[in-house]
Design a protein around this ligand. Structure first.
Ligand SMILES: [Fe+2]
Length: 419
């Protein structure tokens, strides 16, 4: 169980690590790009805006000479900037002045053209353009005079510095690696914690199962004391049932229900009066009807306890017969739960081969022949054939052992199917 848990947990923690790394990594990458964009945009805006004062000075007293001075000034300044081109348009979107870095003329021609769509804009506009691996930003800044009138706008083409982009990308990459490592370390730290918690849970549930099984034995003994004064019948019918169940390759949960049901099959006899339960002679019709009610009493007793709900099929159906002549419901064939059909055979075989107050034990051969005669009427033919194929070895293993030996074998079964 623990080995499976290790594998189960490892797979899930690795999956969790991958999923969280992808999700958070994507978020970090996205935020890194946003940060990069914001940084470059703010630099582009700042550099483009730095030309605003020179243009406003020209606009205060425009002349041919002032324009020449402006052209010289912006051509001189652009060489110091990351801008590759700066253009000044008047209010009618006519180009008044421009400066372009000689090395950037070819790049400028590859950038998308634009018309006068920015003439009416009153705010700063910045558009990002990628050419090959380089990032360019086209910035439009309106020029507004003191009276709030728009005098024109500046267009700057900014070439984002590769070293700054590389630096921000490197920071984003390092953040990404850090996130992946933190998630990995967290997953690693969770591993022993979950294993430890689960081990405690397993110990707790095993203790709980042992407590429940102890209660099962106590109840079984209480019925035995009431009925026959020994546990031996309960032990034998449970072992016969388990062996048949194993031959039929029942599931673990079905085996648990079979064992619980075998232990508690006659629990309802607690509610039957001594006068009927211990009557030496044959029961009257009315007494037999009362005796039959032990099935309902048993069902009522275990009804409220969830751990015993899988014992209910055996408790309520162990007196049903394959041909429908049994009680309490007269179920037939496959309508009788399989574990009840198994138990009915084990119960009768043990009753036949055992000494009872009203009879001596039948021999093995006589008991087997009675089972054969009842095949298809009382017992499921398939289960009976299977049992008869192994009856002699099962009788040798179970039929003549004392209570202590049988209890030991039963403990092994309980260990196998309940822990
Ligand atoms: Fe019974």
């Amino acid at each position: 169980m623990i080995e499976n848990l290790h594998k189960w947990l490892l797979i899930r923690l690795v999956l969790l690590w991958i999923i969280l790394s992808l999700a958070i990594g994507t978020l970090v990458h996205f935020l890194g790009n946003v940060r990069l964009d914001n940084h470059v945009v703010s630099m582009a805006k700042a550099e483009t805006a730095s030309y605003t004062n020179a243009i406003i000075s020209y606009l205060k007293s425009p002349s041919e000479q002032a324009l020449d001075e402006l052209n010289l000034r912006i051509q001189d300044e652009i060489e110091q900037d990351n801008l590759i081109a700066i253009e000044f348009y008047d209010a009618n979107s006519r180009k008044v002045s421009e400066a372009i870095k000689p090395s950037a003329r070819e790049i400028e021609t590859r950038l998308p053209r634009h018309g006068s769509e920015f003439a009416e804009e009153s705010g700063i506009i910045c558009k990002k353009v990628m050419l090959a691996d380089d990032t360019y930003l086209r910035v439009f800044i309106p020029i507004i005079n003191g009276g709030g009138n728009k005098l024109g706008y500046i267009e700057g083409i900014y070439h984002a510095p590769g070293d700054i982009i590389a630096q921000i990308k490197q920071q984003t990459f390092l953040s990404l690696i850090l996130v992946i490592l933190v998630i990995f370390a967290t997953s690693l730290a969770l591993y022993p914690l979950i294993i430890s918690l689960n081990r405690r849970l397993i110990d707790y549930s095993q203790n709980l199962a042992l407590t429940n099984i102890g209660m099962l034995k106590v109840l079984g003994s209480a019925i035995a004391k009431r009925d026959s004064d020994t546990n031996i019948h309960n032990y034998r019918v449970t072992l016969y049932s388990v062996r048949i169940g194993e031959k039929l390759e029942l599931s673990n949960s079905a085996m648990q229900g079979l064992i619980k049901g075998a232990f508690l099959h006659d629990l309802g006899k607690i509610a039957i009066s001594d006068a009927i339960l211990h009557k030496a002679g044959k029961l009257t019709g009315e007494e037999f009807e009362t005796m039959k009610s032990h099935v309902h009493h048993g069902e009522d007793i275990i009804h409220g306890y969830d751990w015993l709900k899988d014992a209910r099929d055996v408790v309520r159906c162990h007196h049903e017969k394959f041909d429908g002549s049994g009680y309490p419901k007269g179920l037939t064939g496959g309508d009788i739960p399989q574990c009840a059909r198994i138990f009915a055979l084990a119960d009768v075989f043990d009753a036949l081969t055992s000494k009872r107050p009203y009879k001596e034990p039948f021999s093995f051969d006589v008991s087997v022949s009675i089972l054969k005669e009842s095949m298809g009427s009382h017992f499921d033919p398939g289960i009976t054939h299977l049992f008869l194929d192994h009856a002699s070895e099962l009788y040798a293993e179970i039929g003549n052992d004392d209570e202590t030996l049988l209890h030991g074998k039963l403990e092994i079964c309980i260990g196998k199917y309940f822990t």
